[in-house]
Design a binder for this molecule. Structure first.
Ligand code: ATP
Ligand code: MG
Length: 254
């Protein structure tokens, strides 16, 4: 069964049809890629699914209808996201950044804080740090981190809420090739550990290398959907990217 099931979602901004009848499924343990040229509607899709913009269509999480629910209800039911311009709290440590969203911060967290403990007392924080390989950085200040480490902490922060699915909006933006590859290995580990992921990114080697299934948007519509090997050779996808590179100079092609 799908963890996230989105059926015929459409969004208009005034006269602009940003999304038209987009459907997408993400199953447990699956890593699904959502790609497309700039302005294709990828962020709008995540905004619609998480309830940040009004949308037509239906959104189900783990078989429960979320259509029309406000963002905080969707988050509490297990729908997490990261933002395209995700920021950390630079004055806090890595584990403190995770505690902000962590599942059920409870008496042991409060006790740990009272006793001045710096290591994470919250099991959801500890688990998220472990899956993303950040244990050694738990007590580091966020402002000391490299760009790649910051992105991993952003994913860990979403994971610490123990969601059913995380929508990741361009987590590899600004990373070099090695950092992006490391992020990819960690995202695969998150999915393999059971949290479904929807990955938006322009880094084609990242998306094609780790995703089980890829959906391609162009002008707000799905133009292709399938396993990476099939999508990357799809003539409509190649045409969409060549068209984008011809008009914007974008170098990435699938
Ligand atoms: N708040 C808004 N008001 C009006 N139009 C918007 C708004 N947000 C997005 N759009 C338009 O909707 C379309 C889809 O934008 P969106 O940001 O979802 O694309 P994207 O695929 O995420 O692009 P990118 O790869 O650049 O992040 C674009 O035409 C964009 O200009
Ligand atoms: Mg976007």
């Amino acid at each position: 069964m799908s963890v996230l099931s989105v059926q015929s979602v459409s969004v208009s901004y005034g006269g602009v049809h940003a999304l038209s009848d987009v459907s997408l499924e993400v199953r447990a343990g699956q890593l699904v890629g959502l790609i497309g040229p700039n302005g294709a509607g990828k962020t709008t899709f995540v905004d619609a699914v998480t309830g940040l913009v009004p949308a037509r269509g239906r959104v189900e999480l783990d078989g429960r209808d979320l259509t029309g629910r406000p963002p905080h209800t969707r988050a509490r039911r297990g729908l997490a996201r990261t933002f395209q311009s995700s920021e950390l709290f630079d004055d806090l440590t890595v584990s403190e950044n995770l505690l902000v969203t962590a599942d059920r911060p409870s008496w042991w967290t409060a006790l740990g804080e009272t006793l001045g403990r710096r290591t994470p007392a919250n099991p959801a924080v500890a688990e998220a740090l472990a899956v993303l390989g950040l244990q050694d950085l738990a007590d580091a200040s966020a402002h000391e981190l490299s760009q790649g480490q910051r992105k991993l902490v952003g994913v860990a922060r979403a994971l610490a809420a123990r969601p059913l699915v995380i929508c990741l909006d361009e987590p590899a933006a600004g990373l070099d090739t090695a950092e992006s590859a490391e992020l990819g290995r960690r995202l695969r580990a998150v999915a393999d550990a059971g949290t479904a992921l929807l990955l938006i990114d322009h880094d084609m080697s990242l998306v094609m290398g780790i995703c089980d299934h890829v959906v391609v948007l162009e002008f707000g519509r799905v133009i292709a959907s399938g396993p990476p090997a099939r999508v990357r050779t799809d003539p409509a996808v190649i045409a969409a990217y060549l068209g984008a590179s011809a008009t914007t100079g974008t170098p990435e092609t699938p």
